[in-house]
Design a protein around this ligand. Structure first.
Ligand code: GCU
Length: 372
């Protein structure tokens, strides 16, 4: 059987939950979706309500569907601005409860979504390219699910709904959010539930990997410059350290995470390996040493043994040169010139990888993350 055996994967998930992220909470008791056109962006505006006991929480998302016959493969993601960043059209609401951490030039010192952010992240999710290549895109704002703020995150969204006093950090809760997007997508007639990919940039790449390690419905994960607590080895002495991350973003991890690399039960290569047999694509940038390209490539090489049909044997001296993309079986890698961003040129390569991925088989889809 490809991938880690069930017992090994369970051990990896439990060790990573215990030492770093806290567990991904159980699915909600119910999930309801309403839908209306967002004509200004040729999209559907979805309102998703998750219910747990007597509690409920409602969040917005947008879905773009390609034209053409047959159900489409899906790319689902959380974004720093969400659908608001995808169009200048004011038809999508600004969530007053969202707390986000967008680029400083967007002037959001208080972390609140505002009109100036409309259309500011279209380059991160090149919708027309994705649609032209036949992919549907489902996006939501990460800060609506879990406010990205060490004070505010407990007050709104997923945390108070399902884990008020529990150990799950925001990365786990964003992974939970991605799984809810898949709950919605897998029932959508125009979406091919066997071909659902999750994607994310940076902190949201960390969450995408953690979701892909848990949820058998995912066919592939694209983690862009996910760095520390993402694809980069914690024991590799470059880039951000766990201690720095835990200090600046205490809400991202479980309470009292293990930040001494020597004391970790395992390194991040196991997180990547736990995604097998699903596809994994990692992208890095030459100017983004903080996200540790070399430590991420090494982790991918170490993890690759979990895929019998992948061989990541390109020496690092070559793989870490700009524009030497690698595709092997369900795995992919590239490093491009430039800095910390997710760009259309990254997506061009990612789509080449995605086009080759075979659908998640019914057998592989164990539905562990599905809402009841
Ligand atoms: C900070 C943080 C990183 C994170 C990044 C981002 O730089 O230190 O761990 O990946 O923000 O999400 O953009």
């Amino acid at each position: 059987m490809p991938g880690l055996c069930a017992a090994s994967r369970a051990r990896v998930l439990s060790e990573l939950a215990g030492s770093l992220y806290g567990p991904v909470p159980r699915p909600p008791d119910a999930l309801e979706v309403s839908c209306q056109p967002w004509t200004g962006s040729h999209a559907l505006w979805l309102r998703i309500t998750a219910r747990v006991g007597t509690g409920a929480f409602t969040v917005d998302a947008a879905l773009w569907l390609p034209s053409g016959p047959g159900p489409a493969p899906l790319i689902a993601g959380l974004d720093f601005l969400g659908p608001v960043g995808m169009s200048a059209d004011p038809g999508f609401p600004l969530d007053p409860d969202a707390v986000v951490s967008p680029r400083p030039d967007l002037g959001a010192a208080d972390g609140r979504l505002r009109d100036a952010m409309r259309g500011a992240s279209t380059y991160r999710w090149p919708r027309d390219l994705l649609l032209r290549r036949g992919y549907a895109l489902l996006l939501s704002c990460y800060g609506s699910w879990v406010p990205d703020d060490p004070q505010a995150w407990r007050a709104h969204g997923v945390k108070p709904l399902i884990d008020p006093d529990g150990p799950s950090g925001a990365i786990s809760l964003w992974a939970w959010a991605l799984m809810r997007l898949l709950d919605v997508a897998e029932k959508w007639p125009e979406i091919d539930a066997g071909r659902m990919t999750v994607a994310g940039h940076s902190r949201l790449g960390k969450a995408a990997l953690w979701a892909a390690a848990q949820d058998g419905r995912i066919r592939g994960v694209y983690a862009n410059q996910s760095g520390c607590a993402g694809a980069a080895l914690s024991r590799h002495p470059e880039g951000e350290t766990l201690a720095q991350l835990a200090d600046r973003f205490p809400h991202w991890l479980c309470p009292d995470p293990v930040t001494d690399p020597g004391a970790l039960p395992m390194d991040q290569d196991r997180l990547i390996a736990a995604c097998a047999p699903r596809g994994v694509y990692l992208a890095a940038a030459a100017g983004d040493g903080w996200a540790d390209p070399a430590g991420s490539y090494r982790a991918l090489q170490m993890a690759a043994r979990a895929w019998p049909d992948a061989h990541i044997d390109t020496p690092p001296e070559i793989a870490l040169r700009p524009d030497q993309p690698i595709l092997s079986g369900p795995l992919g890698w590239h490093l491009r010139p430039g800095g910390h961003e997710m760009l259309p040129q990254d997506w061009v390569r990612v789509l080449n990888w995605l086009d080759r991925l075979s659908p998640a088989s019914e057998d592989a889809r164990d539905h562990r993350g599905r809402a009841g």
